[in-house]
Write a protein that binds this ligand. Structure first.
Ligand code: FES
Length: 277
């Protein structure tokens, strides 16, 4: 053996160190997963953390099994019906002894730590399954920005709508002032029998905008699957797959003549299938 050759023991020490580093990477990956979850659960970072954790675990186990555990074919001569109790004793002694390939320089402890860190990290997503003090999702979906009450009806461009601007010829699409991007809040206003009325713009079948208005009949058509709603009868569905009326939006005229909502829609806007119990 040359002076530079670390010899079998030196090589084994290096391997053991490498395996510990791999398991350490697993711990870091699992910790990263937990931190990413705590910071909002970015999907890419969660995947990266889990990937690093399992890659470290796989690398450590591979190195351990490939280089430190005995390999090759083994033949043991023994009587066919040897006493199993004695065999168990021998195995326990071999596995627990100082020469055991399993008990090697703290690797078992590091493996337990690595596997345990993954198990602990896996507990974090359980929080997503428990509601704690979060609002009930159905309650959240049932309410829109209109529930604040007093919000002005504005066009998608943000122009407040006056009652005098509402015609019987066409519907005017409106959103709550300051909430133009809320996907569940779009509504429309139109004059029916001389009075401005407002309803949700979202079809109660699958949530498409219902924007094809026929003044002569007061019917509003959804272009997606041809549901029709009769605005002269409370926006009840009269054709197509929609089963619920369009939810109404209670409105009033303020002192300046602008339309304001006095509360939320009269029912869940859009498909609303989640609200059925
Ligand atoms: S979404 Fe309107 S009919 Fe289907």
């Amino acid at each position: 053996m040359s002076g530079d050759d670390p010899g079998p023991m030196g090589g084994e020490r290096g391997l053991v160190r490498g395996i510990k580093i791999a398991f350490g990477v697993t711990v870091l990956g699992a910790a990263g997963f937990a931190v990413a979850y705590g910071l909002g659960g970015n999907t890419q970072l969660l995947g990266l953390g889990l990937g690093v954790a399992f890659a470290g675990l796989a690398a450590g186990l591979f190195l351990w099994g490939r280089h430190l555990l005995p390999s090759g074919g083994f033949v043991e001569q023994r009587p066919p019906l040897s006493a199993p109790t004695r065999q168990r004793q021998l195995l326990a002694e071999a596995a627990g002894g100082p020469q055991s390939p399993i008990h090697r320089r703290g690797l078992v402890g590091m493996l337990v730590l690595a596997a345990g860190s993954i198990a602990v990290a896996a507990l974090f997503p359980l929080r997503s399954l428990l509601s704690f003090r979060r609002p009930d999702p159905v309650t959240q979906l049932r309410h829109t920005a209109w529930q604040t009450g007093g919000l002005r009806l504005v066009t998608p461009d943000g122009v407040p709508v006056r009652a005098a601007d509402v015609t019987a010829e066409n519907i005017q699409i409106v959103v709550p002032e300051g909430h133009a991007r809320d996907g569940d809040a779009p509504a429309f206003v139109v004059r029916i029998d001389g009075n401005p009325v407002a309803y949700s713009l979202l079809c109660t079948h699958a949530g498409c905008p219902v924007a094809l208005y026929e003044q002569s009949t007061g019917h509003l058509l959804c272009p997606c699957h041809q549901s029709a709603f009769n605005l002269k009868a409370g926006a009840k569905p009269i054709a197509g797959p929609a089963a619920r009326p369009l939810p109404g939006l209670p409105i009033e005229v303020d002192e300046q003549g602008y339309l304001r909502a006095t509360g939320d829609f009269t029912g869940p806007p859009g498909a609303g299938f989640w609200s059925r119990t």
